[in-house]
Structures are given as C-alpha cells and as structure tokens.
Design a protein around this ligand. Structure first.
Ligand SMILES: Nc1ncnc2c1ncn2[C@@H]1O[C@H](COP(=O)(O)OP(=O)(O)OP(=O)(O)O)[C@@H](O)[C@H]1O
Ligand SMILES: [Mg+2]
Length: 250
C-alpha cells in the first residue's frame, strides 16, 4: 500500500471522527474492524479517547496492557514490544486500548503517538482510530496522517451543523478527497430525513447506516459487535459495504 506521500508502508490509517459526540464512532469502529477482519485483513484499533475510551468494552475485552504501557517504554519501543501490548479479539482484530484511568492521558505526547502509529501501521493492513469528537490536537494530527477519514454524523440538526463546519475546515486544508461522510442512524424518526443530508452538507455520495437501537444496544451490552451474529440485517450489510469501499480504494 502507498500513503499520501507515496512512501511504502504496510497499513492504511482510517480515522473515525465526528464533529459532535455520541453519534456512533465507537460502535462503527468496532463493527467495521470485525468486518475488515472477516475480509482477511489484519486490523488493529487504536482507541484514542485517552481519557474515557471504551472501544475494548464494546468488544468485551479486558486488556492487560494499554497505550500507557507503550508510552512508558517509549525509548526501547519496537514493533515486537508494541504488538505484545495489543489485546486480541476472537474475530482476529487487535486493539491498543486507552489508559486504565483518565489521568494517564497527559502521558501521551504527539511524538509518542506518531511513533506508535508508525509501528502499528507496519504490522497491519488497517489501523482504525476511534477518536473523541471535535478537533482536539491529537485529532488534527491524525487527520493529517490518515489515509481515509470517516466523518460520522446523525440526523440531528446540531450534528449536521457541526459536521458542515468541520467539512469546511477539511475543504480549506485540502483534505476533502480522503473524507467519507457516514450518516449513522439514517432511518431514525426525525424532522430531517436522510435524503435531505446531501443538500444540507453540499456533498454527494454519502454512506448510510440504518437505525437499529435494539440490535446496537444489545450488542453493546453483551460486548459482541453485531456484524458477528446479525449477518443478514441491513445494519450489518451497511458496515460491510463501508468495508468493501475502503478495501476497493486500497
Ligand atoms: N445505527 C445505530 N442504531 C441505533 N443506535 C445506535 C446506532 N449507532 C449508535 N447507536 C447508539 O448511539 C450511542 C452512542 O454510540 P457510540 O458510543 O458509538 O458513539 P460515539 O460517537 O463513540 O460517542 P463518544 O463521542 O461519546 O465517543 C450508543 O449507545 C448506541 O446505542
Ligand atoms: Mg466513542
């Protein structure tokens, strides 16, 4: 695979971000990672919600190590040591979880993040980064480095308004080409409909994930990504569609 600078690297960095919180980034990261793994891609998740990350929880994992261990060993860190800190999911997905408690978030500098991402990209096909919402410094760093950005929104006016603001920043930074907009809960009962979104955001070719609160909340509560046991449901098909699009673009 080639990155933006045309230098060879193994993996592709996919950033899962949003302008507003609670729109489904973690649910999508977990399920998309399993879908990519089912397509035989070596997939790693980096949970970059360093204060209150919970990606491992929605996959029912109890990590022994986290990114805190990696940054504490920064001087001697290499690919072997870093991959020994990953926790494996039964699907084959591996995860580098967020620190065990919020006060450790400050340990993670941009330099250490950069090194960790480089090493992880050497040992996978896809590095999925689950982020906190908005544009904190870490996200700006990821946005610049990512090969693809999945910008998640739902149908709420506030989400769409903030998504539009972030899109204009991406446009100004010439990053629009690597951005894919994902409208999550697109079939939700709401004043605004999914068909209105392209006009509101002034973008075409959006991706859609239907609303299915029953399946999603059950999946979070039992810690099993829904793509594993609801194979025929539209919500699962929509996740595989995104996985197909990402892998076609590779
Ligand atoms: N497609 C969907 N259908 C129904 N409910 C959904 C769907 N996607 C997400 N949800 C619900 O939305 C809630 C928030 O999802 P999630 O935690 O993934 O959001 P987030 O963007 O990661 O939030 P944060 O910004 O706090 O990290 C979940 O509790 C889940 O039940
Ligand atoms: Mg989240």
């Amino acid at each position: 695979m080639k990155n933006q600078n045309n230098t060879t690297k193994k993996g592709k960095m996919i950033l899962i971000c949003s302008a507003k919180g609670g729109v489904g980034k973690t649910v999508i990261t977990a399920n998309l990672s399993v879908a990519l793994s089912k397509k035989k891609f070596k997939t790693i998740i980096l949970d970059s919600c360093f204060q209150f990350g919970n990606t491992h929880l929605v996959m029912d994992l109890m990590p022994k190590f986290t990114i805190k261990d990696a940054v504490e060993q920064m001087n001697g860190l290499n690919e072997n040591l870093l991959t020994s800190y990953l926790t494996s999911h039964e699907s084959g997905v591996k995860i580098l979880p967020s620190p065990p408690s919020p006060e450790y978030a400050d340990l993670i500098t941009l330099d250490s993040l950069n090194e960790i991402c480089t090493l992880l990209l050497n040992s996978c096909d896809y590095l999925l980064i689950d982020t906190t919402s908005g544009l904190p410094e870490n996200n700006l760093h990821f946005i610049e480095k990512a090969d693809e950005i999945l910008l998640i929104t739902d149908l709420e006016m506030t989400s769409l308004k903030n998504t539009k603001s972030i899109l204009s920043i991406f446009d100004a930074l010439n990053l629009s080409e690597k951005v894919k907009i994902v409208v999550n809960r697109s079939t939700m009962k709401s004043l605004l409909k999914a068909k209105d979104v392209p006009k509101i955001l002034e973008k075409e070719s959006l991706l859609y994930i239907p609303n299915n609160f029953k399946i999603v909340s059950r999946s979070i509560n039992i810690g099993m990504p829904f793509v594993m046991d609801y194979r025929r449901k539209d919500i699962t098909k929509s996740i595989f569609h995104i996985a197909d699009i990402l892998s076609i673009d590779s």
